[in-house]
Write a protein that binds this ligand. Sequence first.
Ligand SMILES: [Zn+2]
Length: 189
Amino acid sequence: MSTWQPGGWLDGARWLPSPNFGERPAGSDVSLVVIHNISLPPDEFGGDWVEDLFLNRLDPAAHPYFATIAGVQVSAHFYVRRDGRVIQFVGCDQRAWHAGQSCWCERDNCNDYSVGIELEGSDTQPFMAEQYAALWPLLAALRARYPLAAIAGHSHVAPGRKTDPGPHFDWAAVAARHADLALPAEVTA
Ligand SMILES: [Zn+2]
């Protein structure tokens, strides 16, 4: 999984193009990866609701929680399922809508200059070995195409507002593989 197609679409991922994207501002380098977790309904795994959410087709009647997020237009570049399958929704040359109001190293609007990776998971449960096995080559592929300088969690770029990827994400493993990148202070402390 290391060959890129025009626009930043990765071979080996399943492509499900989302309408929720825009152009990156002119001159923005893709220098940051933002790690998230997501599950729909919260803390439940295995359904295709996250795909539906990112494709603007989530049925608000299918679960009480879904009614609370009906009409939200969001996306991420990548979604790594519990079994390690990788789904791509937005070409990495484009701006996906994953971080919201955010800031990294005094630079606002992380969506402008980041790639968003959602792991199917929650703050309360460990991620799967299959997900890390998919994440490592994904990060390597991104580094081969983009001038990444940092990897952070959603909680690090939106502190107080977001808690993902949560306490179970293995930042030490990220640090071991990407010691040359800037990582959240709590990771490198
Ligand atoms: Zn998030």
